[in-house]
Ligand binder design. Structure first.
Ligand code: ADP
Ligand code: ZN
Ligand code: ZN
Length: 728
């Protein structure tokens, strides 16, 4: 009898056995439809076995094997199993959660077109100007536009654009604007694309990586902002593509950095570059995923989740901005895409490049101890672009106008007079972080979270930035009735209002989540910046991430001291990298740059390190501190997190959980405590921290504990294990 073991999207950590008499080894990794309780579910065959513990009368049969969809590769299944063991999260939820929604759903799955043929833009097609096409023929115009931006289209994608797609495709084929392809043959034409000549450090980095393309190796590419890391990626990628292999590039956020995507398309116009991120609709995402799985997509550019894309010809993984905390998923399956990427590279036997101007201390430590190979780019790539000069403005005894000091306003003014672009960085959106009653000191707080509500002026709303709760701002203090409510502190909107008033002729633009939510909003703003239609940009960390604004010459940084009082042991590391990133936006091209930082703590070592822009020294000091207090990267950590309506139940659950914990040798187990954010979205949260110097021992401990915890039935307390936690 043949039994298949199937991963299903249910919160039980096991595979489920089904009969499948005619199962072949090729069925492993295939999607199946199976009965589960009273439901029908889609799952994935992970194993084929001869025997089962399930009683014969309870053993059900697979309804249908979805053979039209190619199976998940064996290595990917192994990656899921690794994650299951490492992160202690139910296997079925990992597998099904990593598939595009269309594949994982019972209803949608039959509608998927798995036809592999697709059409690829030719050089001739690329040169056609859209304006030469008939104005009235919208379908023809949009089809070619799509091809010119994406490079390839499947017939299904074409049909989604127009019902006339089949005729138009035929027309384009006869005009030789496109070619029909079934699988991509490498055809890289470096001659046509202009490539900058690498400087010595870049050349050295490329040479080193390319010399070891056929083996697993972790490279840490530490390059200061503007040092041309992207160019290094591009040239290494070219070498991998020459061998007809696929490249996976992880980025923290795609929709904010479309120039990166464009950079890849421009460099490899004949190849298929696809994106995978959450802003795509489910059809696009599924199609792109299938192109990757078929080996047709040459370059996959994606966010966190795309680390689980099947790539049969994977030859290289790049993790850009590897220090970015968004690589770690913060709920449910709490994986770190960077760490999974390293495992995947190892498993596949290919190199992985971690790039950053401010590597995480974990990665830097690994480089110092030679577990990773370090490559450094210490100068800016563009000839005349020097690193900006960073200065502090001591605000301790200065009078501020709306949070802005006189030297800062003067600098902005000078820049305006000289017709240069400036940026003001303040990492808090909204108008004011606190709405305060002057009479009784009442403050607006969120009823569902332990947070204050942020005052948004235009909409007259109080908003919780943690749970999304919004309420109209009160006309008077709900506590004492005093109508004089004071917005306290500064957010982007308030700085925007102040600067607009102060510099009445300046073109001031704000960039934060509230402002770039609409689909093309950011693209428009970016274009305006590049066309020099913006004088002063105000924004949150959205502005810090990898943008290249050649005209920007002054960066002003406000309100960063708060992080230095944080109890999070990584707060300082994060602030440093954020400030380096923000400062790095200045003076990237031929405009010399200056950075001004307002602070009440001018003597803090973080600022002197920043002024010297000396990552290495500073990182080494932070590492020393970590070693002294015995924290990561010198120890490995995990949390058992709980959430319950009452804090007591959350803490009690943890106390009980500790009584069933396995015997712990060389393991540090802390007492149950409320989380740093004790209340979130209506739940009270608590955790236990477990720490060890041995990753292996920690893993064994967690595995045993997880088994015991999984046996607890009927609890209203939700619990999860968070391995290598970033949030406490
Ligand atoms: P990073 O990602 O390291 O911050 P980028 O890759 O964005 O830096 O490069 C910064 C700028 O330098 C870009 O405009 C890029 O085109 C340019 N650049 C990169 N390498 C070279 C080079 N070898 N010669 C000239 N310009 C270069
Ligand atoms: Zn009051
Ligand atoms: Zn809230």
């Amino acid at each position: 009898m043949t039994i298949v073991r199937v991963a299903l999207n249910v919160p039980i950590d096991s595979l489920f056995d089904y009969r499948l008499p005619d199962a072949s080894p090729q069925d492993i990794g295939r999607l199946v439809r199976v009965p589960f309780g009273k439901r029908r579910m889609v799952g994935v065959i992970v194993e084929k076995v001869q025997d089962t513990q399930v009683k014969p009368e309870q053993l059900k049969a697979v309804d249908e094997v979805l053979r039209s969809i190619p199976p998940l590769p064996a290595l990917l299944l192994k990656l899921f199993i690794f994650c299951n063991h490492y992160y202690h999260y139910p296997i079925g939820m990992i597998v099904m959660g990593c598939l595009p929604a269309k594949l994982a759903g019972v209803k949608s799955i039959s509608k998927i077109n798995t036809e592999q043929a697709f059409f690829m833009l030719t050089e001739a097609g690329r040169l056609v100007s859209i304006n030469t096409l008939p104005v009235r023929d919208k379908a023809q115009r949009s089809l070619l536009t799509q091809l010119q931006t994406v490079g390839t289209l499947t017939s299904k994608q074409a049909k989604a654009i127009s019902r006339r797609a089949p005729q138009l495709i035929a027309l384009f084929l006869t005009r030789a604007w496109i070619e029909e392809r079934h699988s991509v043959t490498p055809s890289i034409q470096p001659k046509r694309v202009s490539m900058p000549t690498l400087n010595a450090e870049q050349a050295d980095a490329v040479k080193s990586i390319v010399a070891a393309l056929h083996q697993f190796k972790t490279w840490l590419l530490h390059g200061i902002t503007g040092s041309g890391k992207t160019e290094v990626y591009l040239q290494v990628i070219a070498a991998v593509l020459q061998q007809d292999r696929q490249v996976l590039i992880l980025v923290p956020e795609i929709n904010l950095t479309p120039q990166l995507e464009k950079g890849f398309r421009d460099r490899f116009p004949a190849l298929s570059v696809i994106c995978l991120h959450s802003k795509l609709n489910t059809t696009e995402r599924t199609q792109n995923w299938l192109l990757a799985q078929a080996g047709t997509a040459n370059i996959v550019l994606g966010t966190r989740l795309s680390i689980f894309t099947p790539l049969p010809k994977l030859g290289l993984i790049i993790v850009d901005e590897e220090h970015d905390p968004s690589y770690k998923q913060q709920d449910g399956f709490r994986y770190s895409a960077r760490d999974v990427a390293i495992f995947r590279a190892k498993q596949t036997g290919v190199p992985i490049v971690l790039g950053s101007a401010t590597p995480s201390l974990e990665s830097y430590h690994n480089a110092l101890t030679e577990r990773y190979a370090l490559l450094s780019l210490r100068t800016r790539a563009i000839k005349n672009a020097a690193l900006p000069v960073i200065q502090l403005i001591d605000t301790r005894n200065k009078l501020l106008q709306e949070g802005l000091s006189e030297p800062l306003l003067n600098a902005l003014e000078q820049n305006l007079v000289q017709n240069k672009q400036s940026m003001v960085f303040i990492n808090r959106r909204g108008y004011a972080p606190i709405l305060l009653c002057k009479s009784c000191a009442w403050m607006a707080t969120c009823s569902r979270c332990s947070s204050r509500l942020v005052f948004h002026l235009q909409k007259q709303l109080l908003c919780c930035h943690y749970c999304g709760h919004q309420q109209p701002s009160p006309r008077a203090c709900p506590h004492c009735g005093d109508p004089d409510l004071l917005p306290f502190g500064h957010g982007t909107q308030r700085i925007e209002a102040a600067l607009t008033k102060y510099f009445s002729t300046a073109r001031v633009v704000r960039v934060d989540r509230d402002n770039v939510q609409r689909k093309d909003a950011w693209a428009h703003i970016r274009q305006a910046i590049h066309e020099k239609q913006v004088d002063i940009l105000i924004g949150t960390q959205l502005l810090a991430k990898g943008h290249d604004f050649p005209e920007l010459s002054l960066v002003c940084i406000l309100n960063t001291d708060a992080s230095l009082y944080s109890t999070d042991f990584r707060a300082e590391e994060r602030l440093f990298s954020q400030l380096m990133q923000v400062a790095g936006r200045a003076g990237r091209a031929n405009t010399a740059g200056a950075v001004l930082i307002q602070t009440d703590l001018p003597d803090h070592p973080i600022y002197s390190a920043l002024i010297k822009q000396d990552y290495d020294r500073y990182a080494k000091n932070l590492l020393k501190e970590r070693q002294t207090i015995d924290f990561p990267p010198y120890a490995y950590q995990a949390l058992l997190n709980t959430e319950a309506p009452k804090l007591d139940s959350a803490l009690n659950f943890l106390k009980n959980a500790l009584t069933i914990a396995p015997l712990a040798q060389s393991m540090q187990i802390y007492d149950p405590v409320p989380a740093q954010m004790p209340r979130l979205k209506g739940y009270e949260r608590a955790h236990v921290l477990i720490q060890s110097h041995s990753r292996k021992k920690l893993q064994n401990f967690l595995a045993n504990w997880y088994t015991e915890l999984s046996k607890i039935k009927k609890t209203r307390v939700r619990w999860t294990i968070d391995v290598d936690p970033l949030e406490f």
